[in-house]
Write a protein that binds this ligand. Structure first.
Ligand SMILES: Cc1ncc(C[n+]2csc(CCOP(=O)(O)OP(=O)(O)O)c2C)c(N)n1
Ligand SMILES: CC(=O)[C@@H](O)[C@H](O)COP(=O)(O)O
Ligand SMILES: [Mg+2]
Length: 652
């Protein structure tokens, strides 16, 4: 592992207590500078990581750990993609270069990794509820002085869950909860919605700032009051209640004491404010204004969306390293979706596009640019995205609701109750279906085939390549299809020649890719390409495998299944999804229901959480990459080891 230098200040810090013991308030800017430089040095070289968000909260991170008695005081990071400074200051400086690699540290806070990671995160908007739970538990245990801090971004604050947490906290006057709102006007893409406007308004509002100044003056006095500070604070708060402050501030109306906006890059001022806030009881919110990508010239001046997770870059020039392939490459599935939805929408005026906060990630930004009145980024609001789509569908629209598979987990009941029960024509495009790689367990799209399959009326499909994706999208936008899900993986497809003339696929019809004699392989989705290669390689050791691309998990192609179970004693199912309840389960159910007795072996994601790594490493770990499939075929058929080894040695 490359060794990275740390600055004079950071080199003296292993855990936050070192900072508190060794440094004065005036040193915080220097510590911040060291932390920031270390993040730049490491991430520019290892790549494959988040970047802008962590740079934006360096001062906040330093101030929080300096003022609060972490890990006793509990700090919860929302999403956690901004927690690199936190990791570096909490015992993980040396291992930071292993960020998001297999066997290395996770890119997100994780309870099993450190006592400073109080709450496992990755999905957004959980911090307020999580920290509130901790605060209530502390009260119950008599730990009255214990502090609980949720750091949440303006993007994460757009989610219903965040407001559910605020709503509950607002009625718990003795909950020791501080919400730090890290407002940088950005989600991954620019933040959206009325809340964003509101936050900008209170940042610039004249009336509001006047009241805020009064609050600060009072706070200045509070800090001098020592032990009586809480009582004084409570009096001040009561005096302010019912006043202009409460009426003119959303958070005050929810019974939070609102402080700010403050400069989130002034570590000394932040530390002073945080220290004052420690003495104020009950739920409170500190509104910090920060800049995503702060402190690195190129991310400050460049496109923050690009610097959200830029990959490897030259830290001197700011040039993001792009490997230029020698030959044309297949497109990413997400881009095939992005271009195809525009093409379809040009022909079918009922089509609309919806994404909850991932326009660049899922490429709906192509439609948002081409047809701004027909494509919506609704913020980090998966539940709303689904029910909003349902509403559109009741009016005859055909919404394509694109949600990453793992984020869709947030909106399961909306799919069931608001869409499927009413048999509405909503097309769910589930991007990042399957193992996603470096984001790890929180983000793998492991469950969608299983959770969608159990919903009545739902059509569940997955394309093996870009052309099938386009054909499935074409099929799904036909009249009266009902709920239709199409899942595809993170990353590239397989062909450069993908702009086919689209055609409808009969719902529930799979296809035979290759005939064979010894064993049948049934695949769903992109992993069919691994099977295809495996089948070719198996031929070289005289193993003849038939291969079927099932295309639909529901309705499953029963004609194919009757053919397979009548002809083959050995069947292997392959899917990039959880083994419980997915396609393999559907095949087993069919076999049992129809009294067939072949031996079925299922390949897929086992019943445990898979952590981070490259996709290739993780496919191999789960045993359904090309090599895994070959080895499984050989073991099922009892192929002689020397033949098996011949392939295992030479395989890609
Ligand atoms: C439930 C869920 N939806 C979407 C995402 C993808 N996502 C990760 S970070 C992010 C933007 C968060 O914005 P904000 O909270 O303002 O943090 P910032 O990056 O600006 O620091 C999004 C949309 C997610 N992690 N979880
Ligand atoms: C933190 C987060 O949830 C996103 O930034 C996520 O990492 C994006 O994943 P993709 O890189 O697959 O778009
Ligand atoms: Mg933000």
């Amino acid at each position: 592992m490359t060794e990275y230098k740390t600055g004079t200040y950071l080199s003296q810090i292993t855990i936050p207590q070192d900072m508190r013991d060794k440094f004065a308030l005036e040193d915080l800017p220097h510590i911040s500078e060291d932390v920031r430089q270390y993040i730049i040095d490491v991430i520019s070289e290892i790549g494959n990581s988040h970047f802008g968000a962590s740079l934006g909260v360096v001062e906040l991170t330093v101030a929080l750990h300096y003022v609060f008695n972490t890990p006793y005081d509990q700090l919860v990071w929302d999403v956690g993609h901004q927690a690199y400074g936190h990791k570096i200051l909490t015992g993980r400086k040396e291992v930071f270069p292993t960020n998001r690699t297999k066997g290395g540290i996770s890119g997100f806070p994780k309870r099993s990794e450190s006592e400073y990671d109080t709450f496992g995160v990755g999905h957004s908007s959980t911090s307020i509820s999580g920290a509130l739970g901790m605060a209530v538990a502390s009260n119950y245990k008599g730990e009255k002085e214990r502090q609980h801090i949720a750091v949440i971004g303006d993007g994460a604050m757009t989610a219903g869950l965040a407001f559910e947490g605020l709503n509950h906290a607002g009625m718990l006057n003795d909950a020791n909860l501080l919400v730090v709102l890290n407002d940088n006007c950005m989600s991954i893409d620019p933040n959206v919605g009325a809340l964003r406007e509101y936050l900008t308004d209170i940042t610039t509002s004249h009336t509001y700032n006047k009241v805020k100044d009064e609050v600060w003056q009072l706070l200045g006095k509070i800090s001098k009051f020592g032990p009586n500070a809480q009582a004084v604070a409570s009096k001040i708060s009561s005096a302010l209640k019912g006043s202009l402050l409460k009426q003119s501030n959303l958070f005050e109306s929810l019974n939070f004491r609102y402080f700010g906006p403050v400069d989130g890059h002034d570590s000394i001022a932040l530390a002073k404010i945080l220290n004052d806030l420690k003495d104020i009881p009950g739920p409170k919110i500190l509104h910090c204004i920060t800049m995503k990508g702060k402190g690195y010239k190129f991310s400050e001046e460049g496109d923050p969306t690009k610097w959200h997770a830029p990959g490897i870059f030259n830290k001197e020039t700011g040039e993001i390293v792009k490997v230029v392939p020698s030959s044309p490459q297949p497109p990413k599935y997400q881009d095939v979706f992005g271009h195809t939805i525009v093409e379809l929408a040009e022909q079918n005026e009922k089509i609309m596009g919806i994404t909850p906060a991932m326009p660049t990630g899922c490429s709906l930004n192509i439609m948002m640019e081409a047809m701004p009145d027909r494509a919506f980024d609704v913020g980090i609001a998966e539940q709303h995205a689904v029910t909003f789509s349902a509403g559109l569908a009741t009016q005859g629209m055909i919404p394509f609701c694109n949600i990453y598979s793992s984020f869709m987990q947030r909106a399961y009941d909306q799919v069931l109750h608001d869409v499927a029960l009413q048999n509405l024509n909503v097309v769910f495009c589930l991007d990042r279906g399957g193992l996603v790689g470096a984001d790890g367990a929180t983000h793998h799209g492991a469950y969608d085939l299983a959770y969608m399959r159990s919903i009545p009326n739902m059509i569940v499909s997955a394309p093996m390549d870009e052309i099938e994706l386009r054909n499935l999208m074409f099929t799904a936008q036909q009249e009266n299809m009902g709920p239709f899900s199409i899942r595809y993986p993170r990353g590239k497809g397989v062909t450069t020649n993908w702009k086919n003339r689209m055609k409808a696929i009969p719902v529930g019809r799979g296809r035979k890719i290759c005939s064979g004699e010894d064993i049948a392989l049934l695949s769903i989705g992109h992993v069919g390409n691994f099977c295809k290669t495996a089948v070719e390689q198996l031929k070289t050791i005289n193993v003849s495998a038939a291969h079927y691309d099932m295309r639909f998990v529901k309705p499953i192609d029963e004609t194919i299944l009757h053919e397979v179970f009548s002809r083959f004693d050995h069947v292997i199912t392959i899917e990039d999804g959880c083994l419980m309840g997915g396609m393999g389960s559907a095949v087993l159910e069919f076999m049992a229901d129809n009294n067939y007795t072949s031996r079925v072996v299922r390949l897929g994601i086992p019943d445990r959480y898979i952590h981070q790594g490259t996709q290739e490493e993780l496919w191999a770990e789960c045993g359904f990459d090309t090599q895994g499939i070959i080895l499984k075929v050989c073991s099922v058929l009892g192929v002689e080891p020397h033949l098996k080894n011949r392939l295992a040695g030479g395989m890609k």
